[in-house]
Design a protein around this ligand. Structure first.
Ligand code: PTJ
Length: 249
């Protein structure tokens, strides 16, 4: 990572790098201005978490990898913040678990859709879904409901990072398994998730890929056992406790 002129030894290197990427995303027409606010909110929670992957988040990342490896049709949803922050890492995760990437925006504009598809291609993606928009998420207004019928529309497992609560809820009501990455354990998205991953997306995604690679040779029974041992409410409670008290045990 060398896209900013700050030494990696700087104590706030990761945070400054993240800010720089979000700013560059806005300049490139990828990230919305609201994305800047969303990032600030996420950063505050990350600060309270100690800017580290707490043990319950690491477990959620492993469980998510197991879900993705067992899925029939996994799809990774990418919005303007995600594309700016970790495009290459999203492509790597999609490759590791054989998932589709789909651009899916809260504030959808055709210009931003196309800019994000191109950006992901520049970072190694082959096919990127989202532009066809021939499917709908029931219960949302027209623009916010658009998905590809052969993408999120027919997915069984969806990775939903930094998502708005309404959309996360509506996707859950469609019966999808939702793997939600969100630094706020009290957000509606995290609360409705099958697996809430309370971690910074910059750390969560590479760790999910690492777990997926480690679990590649595991049997269906082993993957199911990892999933069965997970309790979403416990993971949320552990994250909230870590934020409130600094204690992650
Ligand atoms: O590009 P678009 O149009 O799809 O819009 C994307 C945003 C993020 C602007 C939109 O989905 C939105 O407004 O989301 P919210 O409701 O602000 O929710 C975003 C959630 O992500 C919040 O709970 C933040 O705490 C969390 N978050 C922000 N940055 C990060 C994060 N979680 C993990 N890693 C981050 N870096």
């Amino acid at each position: 990572m060398s896209d900013i002129e700050i030494p990696e030894s700087h104590p706030r290197y990761q945070s400054l790098l993240t800010r720089h990427r979000i700013e560059a995303g806005v300049e490139k027409g990828i990230t919305s201005k609201q994305g800047l606010i969303a990032q600030g909110r996420g950063e505050a929670f990350d600060y309270l978490l100690g800017e580290r992957t707490i043990p319950s988040a690491d477990e959620a990342e492993r469980v998510s990898a197991a879900y993705l490896l067992l899925a029939e049709h996994p799809v990774i949803s990418v919005n303007g913040n995600v594309a700016a922050l970790c495009p290459e890492e999203m492509v790597e995760l999609a490759e590791a678990v054989d998932a589709d990437l789909e651009v899916n925006l809260f504030n959808r504009t055709e210009e931003r859709m196309e800019a994000i598809v191109s950006h992901l291609r520049e970072h190694g993606a082959d096919e990127v879904k989202g532009l066809t928009a021939d499917g709908r998420i029931p219960g949302l207004d027209h623009e916010r409901a658009k998905v590809d019928a052969d993408g999120i529309g027919s997915a069984d497992v969806v990775v939903v990072p930094l998502e708005d609560g309404d959309r996360a809820e509506a996707l859950g009501e469609m019966g999808k398994t939702e793997l939600v990455i969100d630094l706020n354990p009290m957000s509606r998205s995290a609360q409705v998730a099958t697996v809430p991953i309370v971690d910074n997306i910059m750390r969560a995604v590479p760790n999910m890929t690492k777990h997926a690679r480690d679990l590649k040779g595991a049997s269906r029974e082993e993957l199911e056992a990892i999933i069965d041992a997970f309790d979403a409410d416990e993971a949320l409670a552990a994250a909230e406790k870590a934020i409130r008290s600094g204690d992650d045990t």
